[in-house]
Design a protein around this ligand. Structure first.
Ligand code: ZN
Length: 303
């Protein structure tokens, strides 16, 4: 319960800061006219950026390169959320802190956009929670783009045409990639994908009926992978002659390495897009870039 306490303390300290900011802005310092959008994780950061172009100042709360599941908001983050015209969050178990802000604040929810509300959630394996990695599905991403666009158009209706045009363009690029995945997987030599890592790809696997096996059934928390699980994965790799063992981003890659060594195969990255590295962010790498990179690696692993 330590985490809950910390969040509550942070909310309290925020209330003080917010009152201070209110006093400041009331004194007439007018900000620029750019929309202020705050996002929790990378996919919605990218979606909002693609939709608004240069019209918005978009904040990604996660520090680039950091582990998204251990994120907790700072008082400054909470202040940014409160000052935002639109706050976009995913809404899974990693983000229950958002509910606490909403509860404790009595904030009207109009400018809080919870993305998990718009797609069909899948259950985690052996858990009572919904899997929160909805963004690993290219089909979901198109729905999310539409919803984010609707919210942005509501707060800046003057530019609605431009935003909708940008949305349609990005959606069609994602749809094309989705078709490529479908064709490639339908015609692939094998259907089995092995992860020597956590497993955030339930939605992607569901979209294309991929047969995935991973060292950990979920993504949020990991304990030591059991020797039995690892030897089972090794047997599967040998059985289906799987050439590539996957790990996810910001992983120590040790389990994938172990399996690859035992089977004389190689390892590769399947990027789940939770967060992005500092270099990638600076180089304007997009969600579509990452999912295209995944397509190439997956295609190699299945053929
Ligand atoms: Zn995850």
């Amino acid at each position: 319960m330590e985490g809950v306490k910390t969040v509550k303390n942070k909310i309290l300290s925020f209330l003080l800061i917010f009152t201070f900011i209110l006093t400041l802005t009331a004194c007439g310092s007018k900000n620029n006219d750019k929309l202020k959008i705050v996002t929790t994780i990378f996919p919605q950061y990218d979606f909002a950026k693609q939709i608004t172009g240069d019209n918005a100042e978009i904040t990604l709360l996660l520090t680039p390169g950091s582990e998204s599941h251990s994120y907790e908001p700072t008082a400054a983050d909470i202040a940014k959320i409160q000052q935002a015209d639109l706050f976009i969050y995913n809404g899974g178990e990693s983000e229950i802190w958002v509910d606490k802000i909403l509860d404790s604040y009595g904030k009207n929810k109009d400018n809080f956009l919870r993305l998990m509300d718009f797609v069909t959630p899948l259950m985690e394996e052996n858990e009572n929670e919904y899997d929160e990695h909805i963004f690993t599905s290219l089909k979901n991403s198109q729905i999310l783009l539409d919803e984010i666009n609707k919210s942005i158009c509501k707060i800046d209706s003057q530019n609605a045409n431009v935003y909708t045009e940008n949305t349609e363009k990005y959606k069609s690029e994602i749809a094309q990639l989705d078709e490529k995945y479908e064709d490639m997987i339908k015609n692939a030599k094998r259907n089995m994908v092995i992860f020597g890592d956590r497993f955030p790809f339930r939605y992607l696997a569901e979209d294309y009926n991929l047969n995935c096996y991973a060292a950990f059934s979920g993504c949020g928390s990991e304990t030591e992978a059991s020797p039995a699980t690892i030897s089972d994965l090794i047997n599967k790799v040998k059985e289906k002659d799987v050439p590539i063992i996957f790990h996810i981003e910001f992983s120590n890659e040790s389990i994938a390495e172990k399996i690859a060594k035992a089977t004389n195969t190689k390892i590769a990255l399947l990027h789940s897009c939770h967060n992005i590295s500092k270099d990638d962010l600076e180089n304007n790498v997009t969600y579509l870039n990452l999912m295209t990179y995944n397509y190439n690696n997956l295609s190699e692993a299945l053929n």
